[in-house]
Design a protein around this ligand. Structure first.
Ligand code: BG6
Length: 486
């Protein structure tokens, strides 16, 4: 029989920039998400062009008065409908909900000295509503929503001053929400800086002389995020006794195509790079191969005297991660069929099913990832994103028969249980996303992940009313039986 531990935190996840909307309400400033454009005819599997943002795009977006093609500005109107949505999560029996705070609601430009009280009031009420529903908030401080002002005036996270701005923001969050929030995360998918630098660290690569200079700038920005994350962890522990801070990474598991040692080495390289981000935040030091790489490439990453000490002293309490797919590396990649997906490109795995968006679905890979992470770090793990985007169909009788989603979750849950059975300590699971919302990469509304359907299309047409999908009752039962019904 499937067994999950007592108190396992079942729930769901969303992010402010993809669900709140209300992008210019109650004093909120513009964030990088507010300039993300929906491109109707772009190949959804073309991952790189989805994320590409130029200065021209930013300038045009800042002047745009019509929001039709900027779906993250409207999200799913969670800002006004959160009580209704939380009631649905409560009905499903959620033990936890992962949300993020939009930095620009508290600090519209990012560099103010005093926070916007309206922003604090909003989140205070959101967290209190969750508590009333017996739902434990898990809060990400930065989920692809840095202030646009810091991009335009400071070059994003490349500028050291941004560390201080972020720390000020984090401190305000801890002080304001200390009675409601115990579990925190600093940066969503901190490893995604190289996949989409604009959204994560506010770096426009075209500003740099060449690819190498841009890469150096990204490493600099990343270093600043590591330092900021450690200082935030220290403050969190000081301000909220008993609180726990987690890091958040994309678990990108890479397999070798064959047992040819060269294939194995290629896969190892990818996995090693993926571990780099957790190594810094969990073990507290940069792996040697990163310093070697910087030296080889002639990168001069500026560090202040205490940076490495800070990173070493204030490591995280738990590891949270997203898991969507696995990848394959091959020395014969040229001759192989490729797959795209949200992470990177690799070789097609003939044993796996591929989603409409080119993501290789691999439940067993989740078990392997859990075991790998636990064996390496011996820290509690929390799966904070996992799910499948699909084009749901509303039947004539108004139902949404999303059996494929049920199947997806069932397969993944079984693998989590197996990993736990092998000794892995897993605190909880929050599906991405528990309610339909705007896609991070494609800005589509029609790439749906939720147990709850939101009546809106890519251009913002619709009532935005919420409807339960078939998976709603299914997940409710999984939670009620703590997984035993699987
Ligand atoms: C993760 C992000 O990478 O993947 C989420 O943290 C995102 O913000 C999720 O929504 C799914 O990706 P997408 O592009 O389908 O929304």
């Amino acid at each position: 029989m499937i067994k999950f531990p007592e108190g396992f935190l079942w729930g769901g996840a969303v992010a402010a920039n993809q669900c709140e909307g209300a992008w210019n309400i109650d004093g909120k400033g513009m964030s990088v998400a507010d300039v993300a454009m929906y491109k109707p005819n772009v190949d959804v599997k073309d991952y790189v062009s989805q994320w590409h943002v130029s200065q021209k795009n930013v300038d045009e977006a800042m002047k745009a008065t019509d929001d039709t093609y900027y779906p993250k500005r409207r999200g799913i109107d969670f800002y006004h409908r959160y009580k209704e949505d939380i009631a649905l999560f409560e009905e499903m029996g959620f033990k936890t909900l992962r949300v993020s705070i939009a930095w620009t609601r508290l600090f519209p430009n990012g560099n103010e000295t005093e926070p916007n009280e309206k922003g604090i009031e909003y989140y205070k009420d959101l967290f209190k509503t969750l508590r009333k529903a017996n739902i434990e908030p898990l809060v990400t401080l930065s989920h692809y929503e840095m202030p646009l002002y810091l991009v335009n005036h400071y070059d994003g996270w490349v500028n050291r001053e941004v560390v201080d701005f972020f720390v000020r923001y984090a401190k305000v969050c801890f002080e304001s929400f200390k009675d409601e929030v115990k579990y925190w995360l600093t940066f969503n998918e901190i490893d995604s800086v190289f996949r989409h630098a604009f959204t994560t660290i506010g770096v426009l690569e075209e500003k740099y002389e060449n690819k190498e200079k841009a890469e150096e700038a990204i490493y600099q920005a990343l270093h600043h995020q590591f330092v900021a994350s450690s200082i935030a962890t220290k403050l969190c522990h000081e301000i909220i006794p008993g609180s726990q801070m987690g890091c958040m990474v994309t678990k990108t598991l890479t397999y070798p195509e064959t047992c040819n040692p060269e294939d194995i080495y290629l896969a190892q390289k990818d996995n090693r790079v993926n571990s780099f981000y957790t190594d810094v935040q969990v073990l507290g030091f940069y792996p040697t191969f990163i310093f070697k790489e910087w030296k080889r490439k002639g990168f001069d990453i500026k560090m202040e005297k205490d940076d490495l000490d800070i990173i070493q002293k204030y490591t995280v309490d738990f590891i949270s991660f997203s898991y969507y797919m696995s990848m394959v590396q091959s020395i014969n990649a040229e001759q192989r069929e490729k797959v795209g997906g949200n992470l990177t490109t690799g070789v097609k795995n003939p044993y796996l099913h591929i989603s409409e968006w080119g993501w290789q679905v691999d439940p067993v890979g989740l078990k392997i990832s859990l075991i790998d992470l636990y064996d390496r770090y011996h820290k509690p793990l929390w799966i904070v994103e996992n799910g499948i985007g699909s084009k749901d169909v509303v039947e004539e009788n108004g139902t949404i028969q999303d059996d494929y989603r049920i199947e997806y979750f069932r397969n993944h849950f079984k693998q989590i249980a197996l990993a736990i059975d092998e000794g892995v300590e897993c605190m909880g699971y929050t599906s991405w996303a528990c309610i339909d919302l705007v896609s991070a990469s494609t800005s589509q509304m029609t790439k749906r992940y939720g147990f709850i359907y939101v009546d809106a299309d890519d251009l913002g047409n619709g009532t935005y009313n919420r409807f339960k999908k078939k998976s709603f009752d299914w997940y409710k039962k999984v939670i009620a039986t703590n997984g035993e019904c699987l």
